[in-house]
Design a protein around this ligand. Sequence first.
Ligand code: LMR
Length: 414
Amino acid sequence: MNTRFTGIKLGPPIEVFALQKTFVDDPHDNKVNLTIGAYRTNEGKPWVLPVVRKVEKLLAADDLQNHEYLPVLGLDAFSEAATSMLLGPNSPVIAQGRAFGIQSLSGTGALRVAAEFLSRILHYDTFYYSIPSWENHRLVFTNGGFKQAREYTYWDEKTRSINLEGMLNDLRDAPENAVIILHSCAHNPTGCDPTPEQWTKIADVIQEKRLFPLFDSAYQGFASGDLDKDAYAVRLFAERGIEFISTQSFAKNFGLYNERVGNIVFVLTDTKELVEAKSQLTLIVRGMYSNPPNHGARIVATVLRNPELFEEWKDHIRTMSSRIKQMRVGLHHRLLKLGTPGTWEHIIQQIGMFSYTGLNEKQVQHLRDNYHIYMLRSGRINMCGLNESNLDYVANAFNETIKLFQEEQNDCTC
Ligand code: LMR
């Protein structure tokens, strides 16, 4: 029988989810999952934050909770608390009424709504993303209506650090009103963030060339364990009077991956068009998913607004970020001890969940085929997949693989 669906082309797999599935299906005993960015305990298990469990129980027992629709722009208590967490409790832009937040479907949903707003309402048509970047930025912005996708230099393969001059040159060449996607902290995938001095230089060019910054804030608190430190760049731009949008995700720092809790923060230079902007956002959301879900946002709002629960949560983010740091030190130490060729300082210098190891595609494939260690083609590993039980195994596998490929290169007479 003929179907109308004949001729549909097969889309490419989403690497991170495809790998996750291959990992789950792999029966090997010593398999290691360093793919998708999700926190794991030292026992290799997902972690429901105790403060989240506590609030879930409170909510379940609260007869005043119901399943009525939220407003189109979400729960005010949540978006206000989330905006204040990002910009700081004493933020002048909040005090002056120049900032507001709206609830979104995690960071990705926030990016999608922001992209549509920027392309349809402000008529911006060009966006820039870092090379490399989280692979979804391009797709989300293109689907959000942007016509021109452009790259800016970020990574220096040789020094395994930021190529700031390259980045600034690319930004200087960008047309006015180009939207520049910046990772506010814990750059995904490199784990390499600009220093405060470098952020100042980036802000200078953005201001001078009249570009529009869009911060993707997916790791506040999770990167360094300190909410203020991880918000440095966003707050610098706010202080300098630069208008911007910042998307926020609560997937990693609250461990609420599948609850899709996010916020979009708008920082304006004055309040003149604020009501109009909100009205357009209302129409965008209404036409896309009508209104957001309650559960996760209610949890985050409850924690951020209660001083005791807030302290408890800050303890949790310190626990997560310090375990990651320990794994960095553990891997670095073992690679050095094994005499693994190459430099490995970057493993301990990078920040956040990910490390850009420098392993190439062939090495990555070899590690998967022979050691059942899974990571992205780019050599990005999720540090949280490492623990005391698999560190030796992973370090040995890296060492053997790198030496094997080095020998093959030396043997090559071509
Ligand atoms: C990742 O980068 O692994 C996570 O942010 C998950 C995702 O959606 O890609």
